[in-house]
Design a binder for this molecule. Structure first.
Ligand code: FAD
Length: 497
């Protein structure tokens, strides 16, 4: 009897995208009904970077039943409470973009509005002094979330720095144990049906593998979605001009900070990501404005420890595939798009890609309305994140190089322009946007002209009392938190269940 159910899925690529997809599918799709095969090529390898994550990864692990101690041990993870940005608005500035909210949302009015009013009244404290995550991060501490719920700071959350290659290996074991078949080999040919749906792939050794659904996780090569289906790539490099990175790990320092550092450089920016056994470093730059040698020299001269490998150069182009899902092929990971790593969002986009696919899981009819819905929601997320990243580069008074001149003066997407003007006027934000806008805007010196008019009903004494109260609560709570490194050590000592 013929069935319309998808019986065989082939995933091409075994990087972070391939193994996250395989693991999530193995967890959710009954193997008795649907076989999953993943093909990866040891000769080609993976992109081998991608170490900073956002809190959604915890939800991914929870869904897969991966406990925190195992994850932290297997991926050499450290805690991440946010990102410290240095030299962005202008040289010498720094600010913290925390996961979660600042202060308390009182009477439905965002906390940064109270901060704005307090500032107009002469209050000297920065916005980050009202972020539990920021203050804990600067003290090297970890706010155990269970300890302070349901207090005013319950919206705080956290993530990790991970060895992404180790995460892929861990997920490979997870997926293979749950029935995913791993095939090592290089795909050299892709055959299509008359209607252009993908029929099979052929490996270098001559083996041909057919399937109903193909997932393209082949990275920048985009073997199926681009080379076979010719899906156009929407180029966003006029808004995000960085196109290269040089990366090198170095020896770890004694104290590992529970945050990522992103330091603006003359033609790009540099990351510093602490893991248990090393620190990941990279310099993202724009080849139109600087050479590979200059970028490497800047990176190597500012490492916090001794380099542990030769610098590795990567090239990319910001943008996204016009359709991540075409016919019977879904692109997940770098094959579906690339937004530069400033806000550590790529692994999140992989997670989103696979969870949306499971939500809209097709049968062999491949209904166009479901495909359209997938493409709509993925492209929407890409665009929200893109705008948030552009914001960091555009909102600057730096004019010390052609790169910063370009970023400060470039035309930006209309929606972003509107939201920036709105914030600059009255500090209002759109809850549907991605990221924590007040932290970044205020951190890069956009101080709104006016605060929320509803705060005119609150007296100066009330505002001042509220701000003092919040600062002292944060100070008291931070005092009780464990050191972030002790929390990691405790997880490691707990061992794998
Ligand atoms: P890849 O890792 O390139 O894997 C591709 C796979 O396809 C490999 O297994 C390869 O063998 C296989 N393959 C290709 N061609 C063939 C073929 N012909 N036959 C068989 N197999 C084939 N993300 C974050 O979330 N946080 C970060 O901090 C971060 N930093 C980054 C920094 C830089 C400079 C860059 C470039 C990216 C960064 N990313 C980050 C993104 C992150 O690295 C990727 O999203 C992630 O690694 C997923 O990559 P991938 O699996 O799509 O591709």
């Amino acid at each position: 009897m013929t069935t319309s159910k998808i019986e065989h899925i082939v995933i091409v690529g075994g990087g972070t995208a391939g193994w996250m997809t395989a693991a999530a599918m193995a967890n959710r799709l009954p193997q008795s009904l649907c076989r999953i095969t993943l093909i990866e090529s040891d000769a080609i390898g993976t992109v081998g970077v991608g170490e900073s994550t956002i809190p959604h990864i915890r939800q991914f692990n929870e869904t897969l039943g991966i406990d925190e101690a195992t994850f932290v041990k297997e991926t050499h993870a450290t805690l991440k409470l946010g990102i410290k940005f240095n030299d962005w608005g202008k040289i010498g500035d720094s600010y913290f973009h925390p996961f979660g909210e600042h202060g308390e949302i009182t009477q439905g009015i965002d906390f940064h509005q109270y901060w704005l009013k307090a500032r107009k009244l002469g209050e000297p404290y920065g916005l980050e002094q009202y972020s539990l995550a920021a203050m804990a991060a600067f003290a090297g501490k970890f706010p155990l979330s269970t300890q302070h719920k349901p207090t005013v700071f319950a919206d705080y959350t956290y993530s990790y720095h991970i060895d992404a290659s180790a995460y892929a290996v861990f997920l490979r074991d997870y997926a293979v144990q749950r029935g995913v078949k791993r095939v090592e080999g290089k795909v050299v040919e892709v055959k299509q049906h008359a209607n252009k749906f993908i029929q099979s792939i052929t490996l270098e050794n001559g083996e041909t593998i057919s399937a109903d659904l193909f997932i393209d996780c082949s990275g920048f090569r985009a073997l199926l979605i681009d080379k076979t289906l010719k899906t156009p790539y929407l180029d966003w490099s006029h808004w995000l001009p960085t196109d290269s990175a040089v990366a090198v790990p170095c020896e770890r320092t004694a104290n590992l900070q529970p945050y990522t550092q992103a330091t603006a450089r003359v033609s790009g920016w540099q990351w510093q990501i602490p893991l248990q056994h090393r620190i990941g470093n990279g310099h993202v730059f724009t080849s139109a404005f600087t050479s590979e040698q200059q970028a490497t020299d800047i990176l190597l001269s500012s490492l916090p420890g001794k380099a542990l490998a030769e610098p590795k150069v990567l090239r990319f182009k910001a943008g996204r595939r016009q359709y991540s899902w075409q016919k019977n092929c879904v692109a997940i990971g770098l094959s579906s798009g690339f937004l530069e790593p400033l806000e550590s969002t790529s692994i999140y986009l992989i997670q989103l890609g696979v969870s949306k696919l499971l939500e809209l899981f097709p049968d062999k009819h491949f209904r166009q309305a479901e495909i359209d819905e997938y493409n709509r929601s993925i492209s929407q997320q890409y665009e929200l994140i893109r705008n948030f990243i552009i914001l960091h580069f555009h909102v600057t008074t730096r004019n010390d190089s052609p790169f910063w001149d370009y970023c400060g003066n470039m035309a930006i997407p209309d929606e972003l322009q509107h939201l920036l003007s709105l914030f600059a006027e009255s500090g209002r934000t759109d809850i549907g946007q991605f990221g924590v806008w007040p932290a970044v805007c205020i951190g890069q010196n956009i101080i709104p002209k006016y605060y929320d008019a509803r705060l005119d009903n609150i007296t100066e004494d009330q505002i001042s009392g509220l701000m003092t109260d919040q600062r002292s609560k944060i100070a008291a709570m931070t005092h009780t938190f464990p050191q972030a490194n002790d929390y990691i050590a405790e997880l490691l000592a707990r061992g794998i269940p």
